[in-house]
Structures are given as C-alpha cells and as structure tokens.
Design a protein around this ligand. Structure first.
Ligand SMILES: NC(=O)c1ccc[n+]([C@@H]2O[C@H](COP(=O)([O-])OP(=O)(O)OC[C@H]3O[C@@H](n4cnc5c(N)ncnc54)[C@H](OP(=O)(O)O)[C@@H]3O)[C@@H](O)[C@H]2O)c1
Length: 328
C-alpha cells in the first residue's frame, strides 16, 4: 500500500478511451460480515472492463466503481461470518468490481483457493473466464464429451479458457480467430481445427468437420445466422456478447427443423448465492483439470497497475492472445 490506510486503484470517472482511466487513492475498509479482504497480487483485464470504461456497462448496484472483475492475492482480513478463509490464504476471486487495486473485497462464496501449479500472479486470470465458460458452455450449453464445440474469439481470454476446458472435458473443439498466429495458439491449446475468419468461412469448415453441437458466441451480427447453420440436430447456441451487434437478421427455420436451443447469460449481475454455487462446481471439476496441467493461464502481457491504460489499449486493439494482467 502506498500510504498508511490507503491503497491505489483504477477508476473511469468519465467515459472514454484508455486515457480515461484514472489512478486514485482509496481508504482501506474493514471487510463486511461475509467478506474477504485480499491484498492483490494481480488483477485480470477483461473485455467487459473496457465497456465499463466507455460508460456502457456500469457496475451493478452496490459494487465498487473501481474496475476489475477478478484478482489473485493473499487474504488480509476476514469478516466475522467468514467460515472457510483466514489471513494468509493464497486465493483468487470473482468480483462484481474493484479488482484493479492493491486491496480488493470479495464475498466469501466468490473466493477459490489458488490452484496448485499455477503462480499466484497467473491465478488472477482464472475466475472471470472459468466461471463464464462453466456457466455458459457446461451448464447452459450442456456440452458432453465427444460432442463438437465451436468457439469464436478462440485466442481471447474467454476463448483460450473455453478451448482448454472443452478439450479437458473430452469434447472436440473448433475455434475461430483473426490471424494465423492466433489459430496456431488455438491448436496448441487443444482445438482440432482453427479457422482464420479473415481468410475462410467458418461455416464451411464446421460443415466439413461434421457440424457443431454447441456454439459459444460473443460476436453476434452476421455470425448469428451462420452459427445456426453450423449446428447439428439438438444443437445449442449460447450468446455471451455481441461485438458486432445484437440486432441481427436470422432465418429461424433451422431452430425448428434441427430442434435448436438459443440461449445466453451474463455473469456479473447474478446473485451471490448463484456465484457461490458456480464456484463450488468450478472447484470440483475445473480446479482438478488445472492442477493436472490440462488448463493453463495464457498470460500474454503483464502491466503495472498504473499502466492500466496500456492494457486497455492492447485489449481494444485485439493485439493480445490470451489474458492481460495488472500487477499493483
Ligand atoms: N456474458 C458474460 O457472462 C461474459 C463474461 C465475460 C466476458 N464476456 C464477453 O465475452 C467477450 C470476450 O471477452 P474476453 O475478455 O475474452 O475478450 P478478448 O480477450 O478481447 O477476446 C475477444 C476475442 O474476440 C475476437 N474478436 C473481436 N472482435 C471480433 C469480431 N468482430 N469478429 C470476430 N472476432 C472478434 C478478438 O480477436 P481476433 O478478432 O483477432 O480473433 C479477441 O480474441 C467480450 O465481448 C466480453 O464482454 C461475457
């Protein structure tokens, strides 16, 4: 901490580009009854943070205005009703906000132990994407071993996590990405096929591979209709974002003829009890995959906290492959 009782944190008081990020000093508070205070080792940078910075994705009611949806670090203090965690524990946590800081507060049910074999720093890159992929691909999409899974944005934070989790589960993975280098990373992480969407039509590639059973999409726009074309009978399309827009034109006939399910969700606004349920499921199934070396954090770039604007410029440009981390 920079001064006694104070810590440094990043906010975006005025909407704008990366330069809108501001380094502030905040007072250290006592954790609430069920909260865990974490001395932050690293914070993950996620695309939704850039939408918050632009003023189009405000924090939910009661959440910190400090940016950041995930951290790793060491427990510094716990509230009186916290049962599992104690000072000194090495953890990572999903947050509704407040991660880009030296000190973060998490609800006890959103905290997980640092998995063995992952550095404390890299553990910051796990919660947001692992929870999102679990909730959308494994729960809503009900991906089964042996099925074929199509993931767009395969080289991004969500994408690199989704490829590895689906492969660990025994699914066949097809990924799309915007360059040959990114496609090579997708294959290295477990994708059987990686399509450079700038050079080839993923619909043809998926059809040649026998179709997809589950699609995780964050692109929307013209991908919506094309995703429906990719799905096999009984297939599931799960939307987690709309980088190319959410007002789309689709032919709904395939939904009827192939008995498709179209669904989607957000993570941040879910109730604490729901996040605790997801945390328990993730710890039971995904943590052993991580500890067995089947899933790693692809930490592409690490910036000091005060250079959060550089981290945002990088994620804005999609120049990264994997996760970007901030270190206080
Ligand atoms: N609903 C939820 O619960 C939830 C939770 C977390 C994140 N999200 C959303 O999921 C998305 C991904 O998040 P992230 O943190 O993984 O971001 P990220 O690391 O920036 O990954 C996004 C990827 O998509 C690709 N992409 C960007 N624009 C594209 C386009 N127009 N067409 C095709 N591909 C495009 C990018 O690289 P290339 O184009 O070079 O391949 C990039 O690799 C974001 O939109 C985020 O808001 C949703």
């Amino acid at each position: 901490m920079s001064e006694h009782g104070m810590f440094r944190a990043i906010t975006a008081p005025q909407p704008g580009g990366p330069e809108a990020l501001v380094l502030e000093r905040r007072e250290v508070c006592e954790p609430g009854p069920e909260d865990v205070r974490i001395r932050v080792a690293a914070a993950g940078v996620n695309k939704p943070d850039t939408f918050q910075r632009m003023g189009v994705y405000p924090p939910p009611k009661g959440a910190s205005d400090v940016l950041g949806l995930e951290v790793s670090g060491t427990v510094d203090a716990v509230g009186p009703d916290v049962t599992r965690w104690k000072t000194g524990d090495e953890v990572c946590a999903l947050l509704p906000g407040g991660g880009y800081a030296e000190i973060a507060i998490a609800h006890q049910g959103s905290v997980l132990p640092k998995p063995a074999g992952v550095s404390l720093r890299d553990a910051a890159g796990l919660p947001e994407t692992v929870f999102t992929v679990w909730a959308n691909v494994f729960e809503a999409g009900a991906l089964r071993p042996g099925e074929t899974f199509l993931i767009h944005g395969g080289a991004g934070g969500i994408g690199t996590t989704a490829i590895q989790m689906a492969a660990a589960h025994g699914a066949r993975v097809i990924a799309t990405a915007g360059s040959d280098e990114k496609c090579a990373l997708c294959r290295e992480l477990g994708a059987e096929i990686a399509v450079n969407y700038r050079e080839a039509d993923f619909v043809d590639a998926v059809a040649a591979a026998g179709g997809a059973d589950v699609v995780l999409d964050m692109v929307g726009g013209d991908y919506a209709d094309r995703n429906l074309k990719c799905l096999n009978t009984g297939g599931r399309l799960v939307q987690i974002a709309f980088l190319k827009g959410s007002r789309v034109e689709i032919d709904m006939m395939p939904i009827m003829l192939k008995r498709l399910t179209v669904t989607g969700s957000t993570l941040r606004a879910r109730p604490l009890a729901e996040k605790a349920r997801l945390a328990a499921a993730v710890e039971k199934t995904v943590w052993p995959w991580i500890e067995a070396g089947k899933i790693r954090v692809v930490a592409d770039a690490v910036f000091p906290l005060e250079e959060a604007a550089k981290a945002h410029a990088l994620i804005d440009s999609s120049g990264h492959a994997g996760k970007i981390l901030l270190v206080p």
